[in-house]
Design a binder for this molecule. Structure first.
Ligand code: ZN
Length: 120
């Protein structure tokens, strides 16, 4: 991939990373605020539901951050945009839609088929 394109995706990833981090910090702040204000059992029950919801979001955010960091590392190592499975270039359209992807469309489809087969 051309250096210019690499720089473009690097910026895209750094921007996404910042957005996820900001959202994660907001979630943590909300969580702390919830813990401080628990007036009675009824409110606690609904607060509990909210909390598990927020924890799920945080887990998703954590996983996404991990993927973004790995993508940035691949940029640094010069392997960004190369399929981890077959070694072909990943389609730019695919990277555009999902900059953290590590597989080309063919290998991704293969992986999904295999995962479905395991699930049965
Ligand atoms: Zn591939």
């Amino acid at each position: 991939m051309e250096q210019e394109r690499i720089n473009y995706f690097k910026k895209l990833l750094e921007q996404e990373r910042q957005e996820v981090l900001t959202a994660a910090i907001e979630t943590i702040n909300e969580l702390n605020a919830t813990e401080e204000n628990l007036p009675d059992i009824t409110d606690m029950a609904s607060a509990e539901t909210d909390r598990s919801f927020q924890l799920r979001i945080r887990d998703r955010e954590r996983k996404l951050l991990n993927k973004i960091d790995k993508a940035l590392l691949r940029i640094k190592e010069g392997t960004y945009g190369i399929c981890e499975d077959c070694g072909d270039d990943i389609e730019e359209k695919r990277l555009q839609a999902r900059p953290v992807t590590t597989l080309c469309i063919k290998c991704k489809a293969k992986q999904e088929t295999e995962e479905k087969a395991k699930g049965l």
